[in-house]
Every structure is written in C-alpha cells, then in structure tokens.
Design a protein around this ligand. Sequence first.
Ligand SMILES: [Zn+2]
Ligand SMILES: [Zn+2]
Length: 179
Amino acid sequence: MSVSYETIECERCGYAETSLVTAGKFVWSDGSEEYWFSRQLAVCKNCECVVAMEEFPEPAVLAEARKRLGSYWRKLTRNYGVDDVGMMARSKGLAVAEKVIALQRKPVCLSCGSANVAPLVTPDDGGSDDTRIRSLGIQHPGCGGMLTIYGSGGDRAAPLEVTRIYDLHGRQIGTRPGW
Ligand SMILES: [Zn+2]
Ligand SMILES: [Zn+2]
C-alpha cells in the first residue's frame, strides 16, 4: 500500500522529516489485549524531531461504545451502528483504551515517551496535494529555525508495514511485522 505524504523541513539547519512517521499501526497493550489507537503528527521538544503522538479517544465516545457492547443494546439493534461509536464498539480491546483514559495522563511522543510534545497543526489547505512550501509558524526545537511543510503532490511512498506496540503509559514495548 502506498500513500501520499507531506515533508516538514527546517529553514535553518535543513532537518527534514515526513508525515510517514505516523503511518502504520500503533497499539496499546495491557499484556493480554490490544487496542489500535490513533496518532497525530507532532513536534517533540525532547527528541527535537517531528514525531507521531498519541491521540486519545474521547471519553464520551468510549463510554457510549462500552454501552453498545452491552447485550441489551445488541439485542435491540443487532449491530453497533455505523458512526464513530459503532466503529469503536466493534474494535477489539476496548478495555485497554479505558485503562489508558483512566490514567488521566497526557498524550506522549511515540518515539521517546515524553509528554513534552505538541501537535503539529498543518495549515488547512490542500494537504499532501499542495506542493507549495508553507510556514508552520513553529520553531525546530533546539535549533530555532522555522519549520515549513509541503505536500508530495502525486508522489507516493510505501510505509514499512509494522505494528508498534506500547504499554498503557505510551512507552514502546515492541514491534512486529505486518498490520
Ligand atoms: Zn533546524
Ligand atoms: Zn520524543
């Protein structure tokens, strides 16, 4: 599978990274079950890099998904619904996501596990189709140069098919090939 992507570059030092750091499958594991969680593009002050950062499910959505998993709801509707909640109720390891939310911790950098990380809000325009170089208005940590972003246009890349496994605190505990 190939995807279009964006490149983030530092104007001062030439550092470059792509949005492909968020590609692939990221799961939380409690040792028995896994939950496939979302991640977002971010800048980590600890890594001084563009990284993938955890994105927590909304507690209200999680609670509703748990409700639909109950036998009463299933008997009533015979499915979980086609909205976000239904998708979540169908996903495995809901209990794992609930454990992560119960910790009430901040989302962390998926490279180093630090909470010193901020989502990289990309300009709302053409995304990876937009090949113009735009300023992100964010400094490259440790360097001070401004970060810019541009889309790959028609260029596509095939990310490594790997599943990254994290504990409930967002610390990486392993990887395995495949999604
Ligand atoms: Zn730099
Ligand atoms: Zn980091």
